[in-house]
Design a protein around this ligand. Sequence first.
Ligand SMILES: Nc1ncnc2c1ncn2[C@@H]1O[C@H](COP(=O)(O)OP(=O)(O)OP(=O)(O)O)[C@@H](O)[C@H]1O
Length: 843
Amino acid sequence: MLGRAKQNYAARPAPPPVKPDLKKDPFPSSSPSYRDGSIADFTKKNRPTNPSTARFGSSKADLHPLKPRSDNAAPRPSSTNTSSVTSYVKPTQGFSSLYSQSDSFKEEPVSVSSSAANSTTAKTAAPVYIAEDDFSDDEALELDYECPASLPVAPAEPKAGKTPCISLLDSPPARNFDPSPMSSSRPIPWTSSPLEHHYPPRPMAQPPPKRASTDDVKPAVVTAAKKRKMPDGWSKSVKDEDAFQREPTARRTRPPKDEPEVVDLFATHSFSSTSTPAPKSKNVPWDTTYSAMKEKKKQLKNQSKKTEVPTEYSMEDIRAATGGHAKATHTAMSLSAEQEHVKRLVVEEGQSVFFTGPAGTGKSVLMRAIIEALKKKWARDPERVSITASTGLAACNIGGMTLHSFAGIGLGKEEVPDLVRKIRRNPKAKNRWLRTKVLIVDEVSMVDGDLFDKLANIARTIRNNGRPWGGIQLVITGDFFQLPPVPDRNKRDTKFAFDAATWTTSIDHTIGLTQVFRQRDHDFANILNEMRMGRVSEQTVQTFRALSRPLHFDDGLTATELFPTRQEVERSNEMRLRNLPGNGVHFAASDSGDPAIRDRLLENMMAPKSIELKKGAQVMCIKNMDETLVNGSLGIVKSFMCEAAFDRYREKEGDEGDDLGDAALAKSKIRSFTKDLNLTKDLTEWPVVQFTCSDGSHRIMLIQQEEWKVELPNGEVQAKRAALPLILAWALSIHKAQGQTLERVKVDLGKVFEKGQAYVALSRATTKEGLQVLRFDKSKVMAHPRVIQFYNQLYSAEAAVKKKPAANTVADFAKKGRLQSFVRKGVDVIDLDDEEEAMAAYG
Ligand SMILES: Nc1ncnc2c1ncn2[C@@H]1O[C@H](COP(=O)(O)OP(=O)(O)OP(=O)(O)O)[C@@H](O)[C@H]1O
């Protein structure tokens, strides 16, 4: 009975497999970690010490399924195996002790085939070696070698039951490869590599023999794959047929005509140069030494340099390009060392900079250079650079918008929270605040201090960033000795931008430009500079009084009179024009853009909406045309001509002639000629102006319309004006004159009423000889006391830092912090760093 019971027990059906407890572990991990998450326990509990509890397999053989070693494993000297492993695991003692097993890092079985060890196939299969090109399966990659002329025939469709196998070896191997289907008794291949990987590597592809003719070769490799296209410069050199014929080595395959050309990255330069044959021994990338590749790169660089378009032009080039028709061209001007220093700080170091300096030290020139460089730097994201100025005119001069427009605050009279709400309701303005990384502010002397503080706070609030200006880099320029902010009736005194509570913390560097370009006469430059600082000596008074004499010029031009108000200017110009004989000719500008905002955007343009001219009218060029015909050049209208008549006149008279008597004759001839041929020639008449250039020469130019645009930072044109680049120039407002360089100026100080006006007016002149001063009065040139104080602090800070006399100050004279420590000693300047930090933390 006992025996029967034993038999029944042995013959009982196997219990059903235990289902995993889904409630407890709905998503069981596929990783081998132990259920409680302790990998140490896991390794301990599953340690294959006892064959019956071993995790992988149940037989003893399973403990060492890869003994003998897998054929795919790299060969190792068997005798030293143990010692090398021991020494290798030494540093991991900590782990070993954790697992309380010294051989924790010994080789673990990795085969998934329980019978692999017993498989005779595994034992007898040929070892697999990895060749260098086993991984170069990127078909699109162009390698620096040419494929053999004959490629293997594409394999037939694999038969059922056969392992798909495409051999890239041109001679089929006479090896005993068994292509029978995989069975559990065969080792799983090391990778899913193609089968040829199971064979010893064939020798590297040899450079193919030099071909007789490039056309003979059938570039099978080219047709086989989608090739990567090289940049334009490369294909250009490929198209050099001669160079192709001169190719010293057969390193490139000419594709059939209808296929895209393929350029060998490493060989391109060599076939554009006969003198540099390709190194024969380096025709595969892995054979090319680093120095050889470097050399090739250098040659390519030189080659591309040679084809660069020159960026600077000589005057001959400019004249040839513009002829006698004035069209604004870009003229290169090299910056001085101090200008370069500022540009570097701004563009390369990303510092917030305020650069200032006397009139004529090249602040505007520098600002334009900085804007150009920043635009290049942010070419991919132009909205990052916002160009603004305090006034519409100044903004137009640098192709920007007013600071008010940028901010989207209207007049900006409300408190900051209200202004922030206003901006948030205006997506464009909000976006400008959020996207701006660099904010340019020109003519800062006219920015109100309260406005500066408001904008600084708005920036931090809208950008949700506690850093000064919410992290926006500021590039500010201006001269506080020049025109002050427009006075506010509600305020008792002017508040300058430097008076703003946030001014000191907003600026990293304050830099004083010292090299005066406008006045070449040092004495004159020094007198003006002294006057600027409010130091008017008796000698200076005498010098200016002596300039009251009338000015006479042989070319019939008179000095431009500067007036404080626009009404005075208009009255003066109209009267002078009316006094000229003959009829006036009207030139209307053509404006375009959104009608809703166009007029407002264009109202501050230097170029007028319409201008009436007469023969003999004195005009000023308001655009830089080239090196000698610049913004501020004075001229006289000599005639009115169509383009063809002017060309004929120029042919006859050349550049220097000024006899325009046959203009009418030329015009009638052109008219009859165009009538005969039924041609439609543009017979619009334009003013012909004889300019006195900055170098003293005369040039006769046909002046046609130029364009001025008001653009958003992303290049979107908001408004555009096409107008003659001319204004009447018997008189000019001081406001419009700010920023101008004038050869002949007349200033009546009796009419000047605002601080800074006298200095702006007088400092437009390039020479004493070209300046007439009426009613000179010391009191009229006095600067604002707080401006004097501000600059004295800067200069003394610089002098103290450099241990130099304050008079000879140069360049970077007030770094943030450094200046504060100086000015704190004597002058009441609040250090706002702590407050800023606190606000940043709060934000
Ligand atoms: N690096 C330079 N090389 C030669 N000339 C220069 C240079 N920088 C400026 N200039 C010339 O100096 C004159 C004054 O330049 P600019 O108008 O930029 O000075 P500014 O400091 O802006 O003057 P202001 O304060 O009066 O507006 C211009 O005629 C300009 O062409």
